[in-house]
Structures are given as C-alpha cells and as structure tokens.
Design a protein around this ligand. Sequence first.
Ligand code: PGA
Length: 249
Amino acid sequence: MSVRMKLAAGNWKMNGVRASLSELRAIVAGAAGAGCEVAICPPATLIAVAANAVAGTAVAIGGQDCHAAPKGAHTGDIAAEMIADAGGKMVIVGHSERRTDHRETDEQVRAKAEAAWRAGLTAILCVGETEAERRGGQTEAVLSRQIEGSVPVAASADKLVIAYEPVWAIGTGLTPSNDDIVAAHAHIRARLAGRLGQEQADAVRILYGGSVKPDNAGTIMALPGVDGALVGGASLKAADFLTIVAACG
Ligand code: PGA
C-alpha cells in the first residue's frame, strides 16, 4: 500500500473577514515543520489575500465551491479558474451544505471536480450519510451511490481527496464510533478501487470530517484508513486547529 501524507484542511465556511487573517498567520507560524499537509479554505472574498499571506510557506489555500463552467453568465458563482488565479491550490466540492442548501446533485459535483482539475486544482470531494440514512442501515449504499455518481472515472490520486463527512456529525459535537469510521473509510476505498483501479484507490487520501476537535483528533487520526481531517468550527481558532494539525503529523 502506498504511503499517504496526511492532510489537515480547515473549512471556514461563511466565517471570516480580513481581521481573521491573524488566525491564519498564527496557523502558518504554528504549522511550520508539521509532518502533514495543511490547508485552509476561507470564504471566496479572502482567497486572494489569504494566498498572499501564506506565500512561501507550506500552508495551502483553497476554495469552498466552484462552478462547473470556466466563465459565463452565472451571477454569484465563481469558477475554478478564478480560485486558481487568486492563488488557491484546491477546492472543496460536494460539501453536504452545498448538496442541501443548493440542492447539488452527484452529477453537478462530478462536473465541479472536473472543473477543479481543468484549472489545476485538487478537488476535496465530500460524501456522507444523513442521520436518517444511518438509522435506516443505508450508510454504505449512500456512500456507494455518491462515489459512483460524483467521482469522475478519470480521477487520479494526485488531484483527488475524498472527505467522509457524516451529515449528522457536522457541527453537532457527535462523531461515529471508531469502528464505524474505519468501516466507512474501507467501504469508500473499495468503491474507489472499483472505479479507479486498486493502485489509484490505495493512493487517494480519505479525510474524516464532522466535529473533529482538539480532544478527539488524536484518536480519529490514528484510525487505519484515515488520512487526515476536514475541520469546520475548530479551524477558526489557530490554537485548536494546530492541535489537530499536530495529531495529523
Ligand atoms: P465541523 O464541520 O468540524 O464544524 O463539524 C466539518 C465540515 O463541515 O467540513
């Protein structure tokens, strides 16, 4: 099996103004020498200024969403090319908040991942079941459907990261059991192997996301098949995020 460098990625969601860059600077300072990759995905208004702030450091900046098209009449949207032009290196696609708030389908998410690659960005593609789907024993079926529907067959491990984010764990303080996280990651990797071949599937990083906090990161990041974290709330405070970075390193 290939060695996968862990990734600690922060998703600031709709939080952060220019004054918040002090947290980013503290993250940059604290992450120097971290034994993992580190990325922050601020709101679109901050991508360019954040990319300037991290220039020359190991921290990468990413977007939280992109449109599938490179340009055009799509008021309010941004293209993957614009994220790249602003200095972004990656983009989250298919986050459950996009799938819910904006009714994004697997097909749209797949087109967004392809747009990310067209622009030279890494796609962090999110999948995960709702609480009702877990209670109904549908977790693996949902993950299979999302992987098959949203991961382009042309995907390769150097430009694709999967984030397993159970919807019911996001922002709730709840997390699946360790066994359930391990099982979900193994299931996702098996589905990726069916789609991309075993070698690529073994090299794709699968992050866990959903209420990753300083006090549970050590345990979750040590689980087999967990290659890092996608962190919402706890990425807004440098001290909290740096504890999670250390757990990934
Ligand atoms: P959370 O969010 O860490 O605040 O639960 C994770 C995410 O939605 O990416």
